[in-house]
Design a protein around this ligand. Structure first.
Ligand SMILES: NC(=O)c1ccc[n+]([C@@H]2O[C@H](COP(=O)([O-])OP(=O)(O)OC[C@H]3O[C@@H](n4cnc5c(N)ncnc54)[C@H](O)[C@@H]3O)[C@@H](O)[C@H]2O)c1
Length: 253
């Protein structure tokens, strides 16, 4: 390819995208229907996963719910059924690849092709590196990261065959920011579940690529890339970021 033509193509695409985004500011946002979609949510037994399941149930989706916690996932299923949804609940430990693959096979064989996959299950440990146990670090990677690969590998082929599908990753913004004691995961201010799920559903229904909660975190991300380290340290002190952490085996705030 001609480098000049490549550059021209890039600039034309950039200009077109900015113009399109500008025009869209004045056009009412379209929300897609998720009625009848087969939605699989991991970590559906509590918190964000449970509230997301309820939102899909309200929108007449069919649900497959996974969680390591039997009572939690069954409670969520019962709540969704009360809203009229068809629900199948499974006890699945998302830290185990083989368990994910065998549960996924069961879903595909007995229920059908998942069209919306919400990778939400997550575990946290807030401590400095030396106080965090090796197995805690491994588990965070297994549940918060590797499980997403296994579920996606299991359900993406059918989505591609059907040319229809949506994969959602629920994760901490801590993955973008560097803050003390965020060694394996940074907990930060606990967000209100309703606030998170409202933004999550809006992002899904309007096909947004990335949603930050709270939304001003996207500006913080920009500052992380632009500001010098010393200025960032002062900024973090000013914004008074606090979290419970175990430091040197002592609990502190
Ligand atoms: N709540 C927040 O402030 C916040 C902030 C940033 C990111 N997040 C992310 O949102 C997601 C949900 O968080 P939450 O606050 O609802 O957490 P939560 O602890 O309330 O719920 C997590 C659910 O995942 C399940 N789970 C844990 N390990 C599992 C495993 N191995 N297999 C299957 N299920 C498992 C738990 O049983 C629980 O039902 C997580 O991925 C978390 O990282 C939450």
């Amino acid at each position: 390819m001609n480098p000049f033509l490549d550059l021209l193509l890039f600039l034309a695409t950039l200009l077109y995208s900015y113009l399109e985004a500008f025009v869209k500011l004045f056009v009412p946002v379209k929300r897609k229907s998720v009625s009848g979609e087969l939605v699989l949510i991991t970590g559906a037994g509590h918190g964000v996963g449970r509230a997301t399941a309820v939102e899909f149930a309200r929108r007449q989706s069919r649900l497959v719910l996974w969680d390591i916690n039997k009572h939690g996932v069954e409670d969520t299923a019962a709540e969704c059924e009360r809203l009229g949804a068809t629900v199948q609940a499974f006890v699945v430990d998302c830290s185990k690849r083989e368990e994910i693959y065998s549960a996924a096979e069961k879903v595909k064989k007995e229920i059908g092709d998942v069209s919306i996959l919400v990778n939400n299950a997550g575990v946290i440990t807030t401590a400095d590196l030396l106080s965090t146990q090796d197995h805690q670090i491994e588990r965070m990677f297994e549940v918060n990261i590797l499980a997403h690969m296994w579920t996606t590998r299991a359900f993406l082929p059918a989505m591609m065959n059907n040319n229809h599908g949506h994969i959602v990753t629920v994760a901490s913004a801590a993955g973008h920011f560097v803050t003390s004691f965020m060694v394996a995961y940074w907990l930060g201010k606990i967000l209100e579940i309703e606030e998170v799920v409202e933004a999550l559903m809006e992002g899904i229904l309007t096909n947004q690529k990335m949603v930050f909660v709270p939304s001003h975190l996207s500006i913080a991300l920009l500052s992380e890339m632009l500001f010098p380290e010393r200025a960032l340290v002062v900024l973090k002190k000013l914004t008074n970021a606090k979290f419970d952490a175990v430091i040197g085996q002592r609990s502190t705030q």
